[in-house]
Structure formats: C-alpha cells, structure tokens
Write a protein that binds this ligand. Structure first.
Ligand code: RET
Length: 257
C-alpha cells in the first residue's frame, strides 16, 4: 500500500514541473555530451561517453517518473489526491546504473596508474551498489523504524565513498596539470555538497512528515530535492569532467579535427 498524499495545486505542479524540467535538462545534456565528444583526445573519450550514457539513462527514467506522477493523482475540487502507486523503483534503478558510472568516470579522468585505477573503481562501484541496494528497501518501507534502519545501513557505504573520493583524489591532486587542479578541487566539494542532498531528501520521506512539515509537504520537498540534486550530480558534473578532459587534451597537444 502507498501513503495517500493530498496535495494542493501548487504542490502538485511544483513536482510536475520539476520532473518535466529534469527530462528536458537530461535530454539536452545527452545531446551536448554526444556532440562534444570530439573536443577531447581519444583516450579521454570514455569519460565523456559515460556522461552521455548517464544523461540518456536519467532522461528515460525521468520521463517514466513524470508519467507516473501524472497517473498516480486524481484531482477533485482543487485537491490532488493520490489514487495510484508512485513507483520509487525508477529512481533507484536509475541510480544503480548512473552512480557506478559517475564514480568510474571520475577515476578515469584522473588518469592514475592502471592497477590503482582498477582498484579504486572496484571499491567505489561495490560501495555504490551496496548504498543504493540498501537504500531502496528503506525508501519503500511504510514503517518509520525500518526506514531509519535501512537509511543508516546505506549511509555506511556512502561515507566510505566520500572518504575515498576526498582522500584519494586529494592525494593525486599534486600530479595533475596546473589548469585542472582547481577544477578537481571544485569537483570534490561539489560531490560532497550535491551527494549530501540525497540522504537529507531521504529524511523528508519519513511517514507522517519531517522537520515539522506535514507528510504531503515533506514528500514534495523530497521529490524536488532528489530532482535538483540529480541535475547537479549528472549534467553539471559532466560539464566539469569535460572541462578537465579538454585541458588535459590540450596539454597532450590534441587538436580538434
Ligand atoms: C545521479 C544520482 C546520484 C548521484 C545519486 C546519489 C545517491 C545517494 C548519494 C544516495 C544516498 C542515500 C543515503 C546516503 C542514505 C539514504 C538512502 C540514499 C540511497 C538516499
């Protein structure tokens, strides 16, 4: 069973428009990354390809999420009541694919030694799968206690990921070309700031509401929070990765054909 939400027109359309905005953003980013592939040298292209895939996957899922939101509500006398299931599975299926790609992309663009690279990718991908796989049962739980327990379990691999990124990327900063150092440093903080939004948005899914908000408002905050975080964590992050790859390509005297 699902929690039956009763939303005002403003609340309903805030989420509706947000989802629509994310579909457009992911679609545009997908095309942009596809077209800018040739601006980077061949051995940086895999990272750009990953951004392209990430935005395509997210565009598809947001399209489904958007349609699902429309179908799950019925309007009567200006109140939008939930009359059908809203499937959180789309989001988690999306993350299961995109989060390992986002992490691998970052390691690839660092261009570390092969063995080191492989080890980091393996650790990060496994931690990402654990984080999302344990977050999902919490997201769909109807009891607030199980929501909390799964949320805490999922936070353990999350902290591991942040630790690895921060410390490991920090260590390799000195070996990076001058122009990219500030970008890498910015990327570290952007990851902390945007990825940190997810567990906070998750808290707003608490049955009965969170932070003094009623359940409906709280759920609206959660959906908007996840959506904004996705725009920063996928298209915006991809732009920084491309900027780094372009600088590195120039350093290798790559000329755009
Ligand atoms: C493009 C999608 C991204 C970058 C998704 C990231 C998701 C997270 C960092 C999720 C983290 C969670 C916790 C740390 C605890 C509660 C459950 C999650 C899955 C929301």
């Amino acid at each position: 069973m699902f929690a039956v939400l009763e939303l005002s027109k403003t609340q309903y359309f805030l989420v509706y428009n947000m989802f629509s905005f994310v579909v457009a953003t992911m679609g545009a980013a997908f095309l942009y990354f596809l077209l800018t592939r040739r601006d980077v040298s061949p051995h940086h292209r895999l990272a750009v390809t990953m951004s392209t895939l990430i935005c395509a996957i997210a565009c598809y899922h947001y399209f489904r999420i958007f349609g699902n939101w429309k179908d799950a509500f019925t309007v009567k006398a200006g109140v939008y009541s939930q009359t059908g299931e809203f499937n959180e599975g789309y989001r988690y299926a999306d993350w299961m694919l995109t989060v390992p790609l986002l992490l691998s992309e970052l390691v690839l663009v660092l261009k570390l030694a092969k063995v080191e690279s492989r080890k980091l990718i393996t650790q990060l991908v496994l931690a990402a799968i654990l984080m999302i796989g344990t977050g999902y049962p919490g997201e769909v739980a109807t009891a607030s206690s199980s929501r909390m327990v799964w949320g805490i379990i999922s936070t353990i691999p999350f902290l591991f990921i942040l630790y690895v990124l921060f410390v490991r990327i920090g260590k390799s900063l000195s070996g990076q070309p001058a122009g990219t150092k500030t970008l890498f440093d910015a990327l570290r903080y952007i990851i902390i700031a945007t990825w940190g939004v997810y567990p906070i948005a998750y808290l707003f899914g608490q049955p009965g509401g969170f932070a003094g908000l009623n359940e409906s408002t709280s759920q609206v905050v959660r959906q908007v929070g996840y959506s904004l975080a996705d725009v920063l964590a996928k298209p915006a992050y991809g732009l920084i990765i491309i900027a780094i790859a372009v600088i590195k390509s120039r350093e290798e005297r790559y000329v755009v054909a």
